[in-house]
Design a binder for this molecule. Structure first.
Ligand code: SF4
Ligand code: SF4
Length: 435
């Protein structure tokens, strides 16, 4: 399989050595521990509670059902009691409606989901969402509106610090491969590609062994951020370009993260709902680890399992440092899409003093979407949303490469994120007017 690559991107310090050789440890459930489950763990409509306060629940039992097609079911991560249905901390929204469950016993068994219905219905019932961070409900991606000829399994893990996918590829290889083959067969997809960045030679070697037997192509990827972005991956592996505002299905491709493929396998063959995942806890903690944790576990519990903070934490990021989000509370719970917790001290933080743009063009060279961030930034400052739309800001994948390379330390991506929301609203209003 040829490798086509993509233009732009950056080479940040990967800092993966802290955890890349640490096998996954399971964080035990302790009676009395509380689990916080926001009803919105995914892109789309929030789930709707189907339990009431004081109700006893078992691990894997449905506690909130999908609130529509683009939504995901939510299951209890433990055996315990529903102690409240009110507002819980949410990494993006601050606080939002959620369910709190207090564990009353340690339990490794789970309530299996029913095996009735189609493949997609089983995946939907298991509450699977993308595990790479985007949290799109998986059954939606598995119901493509057009013909798909290629399934791409994303094992790039190009974000610095994170190693949860790497460890999963080493420790749960067959689950990933069998999950990928299952999706390929159920959707009658012709090509199956598993793509892994070259900085994981042990994973590449392992997958290579099964390439012929399971009928997939292994593509080793250049080590470059954002190699794991869907659009970059499709360009690098298949030389296809996803049009602006469209999804990969437009060019006949479905992309799933390695963790998602394994979760689909578990749902279909073991009837296991998604209530736990692997999280890399790293940076300024005493003993950085890869932990298998129940969804809803507060960050503080993870940090304590890693021996506590080193020094005084200045910033905590959920996800990777390039695309993750800063969280302000140690009560923030692990969500289905949480791949990592990265802790920084004051001394780890870069100098954030901003200077005027010197028109050096580095941001333009770094942008993997071929945009012109420096000009877009000027429009952001003047709130010129029409001009931003014309300069294709909606194509921005929010990768942060432009901000990363800017010698004037301009926080470009933040302005693009906010502007995209304004423009989406503008487009909606325009549509309503023209209807
Ligand atoms: S954040 Fe947007 S504008 Fe900046 S480099 Fe990434 S895609 Fe380009
Ligand atoms: S990298 Fe920074 S200083 Fe250089 S052109 Fe872009 S915004 Fe201006």
């Amino acid at each position: 399989m040829p490798f086509f690559g993509f233009k732009g991107g950056v080479h940040p310090d990967y800092n993966k050595s802290l955890t890349m050789e640490k096998p996954v440890e399971t964080l035990p459930v302790k009676p009395g521990d509380k689990y916080y489950l926001p009803l919105s763990q995914h892109i789309g409509a929030p789930a709707k509670p189907v339990v009431s306060k004081n109700q006893q629940v078992k691990t894997g039992e449905l506690i909130a059902e999908a609130g529509g097609f683009i939504s995901a079911c939510l299951h209890s991560p433990v055996n315990g009691k529903v102690v409240s249905i009110s507002h819980v901390v949410h990494p993006m929204a601050g606080r939002m409606e959620g369910i709190v469950i207090e564990a009353d016993e340690t339990n490794d068994e789970f309530v299996p989901i029913s095996d009735e219905g189609t493949f997609q219905q089983i995946v939907q019932r298991a509450g699977i969402t993308g595990m790479g961070g985007a949290t799109f409900p998986t059954h939606v991606k598995l119901s493509p509106p057009k013909e798909v000829d290629s399934l791409l399994i994303n094992g790039a893990e190009c974000e610095p610090y994170l190693t949860c996918d790497h460890r999963m590829m080493l420790e749960e290889t067959m689950k990933i491969i069998k999950g990928a083959v299952l999706i390929k067969e159920k959707l009658r997809i012709k090509n199956l590609i598993i793509a892994i960045e070259k900085n994981k030679p042990d994973a590449i070697k392992l997958f290579r062994k099964y390439e012929k037997e399971y009928g997939f192509e292994l593509v080793p990827l250049y080590v470059k951020y954002p190699q794991g972005g869907e659009k970059q991956l499709i360009k690098a592996c298949l030389n296809r370009v996803v049009p602006e505002g469209k999804l990969p299905v437009e060019v006949g491709v479905i992309v799933h993260n390695v963790g998602t493929a394994a979760a689909v396998y578990e749902a279909y063959t073991e009837r296991k709902p998604l209530y736990e995942r692997i999280v890399t806890v790293t940076g300024a903690v005493v003993n950085p680890k890869n932990l298998r944790v129940r969804v809803g576990t507060p960050i503080l519990t993870l940090v304590e399992a890693c021996g506590g903070f080193v020094g005084i934490p200045k910033k905590m990021v959920m996800g990777g440092p390039m695309m993750g989000m800063a969280v302000t509370s140690v009560e923030t719970p692990v969500m289905k899409g949480t791949s990592g917790i990265v802790v920084y001290r004051e001394e780890d933080m870069p100098n954030l003093t901003k200077y005027p743009c010197i028109r050096c063009g580095r941001c333009v060279d770094a942008c993997p979407m071929l945009l012109v961030p420096s000009i877009m930034d000027r429009f952001v400052k003047k709130e010129m949303y029409e001009a931003l739309e014309e300069h294709h800001v909606l194509n921005c994948i929010e990768c942060g490469c432009c901000s990363y390379v800017c010698p004037s330390r301009r926080t470009l991506v933040g302005g693009f994120k906010t502007s995209k929301r304004h423009i989406m609203q503008m487009i909606k209003e325009r549509g309503a007017k023209n209807a």
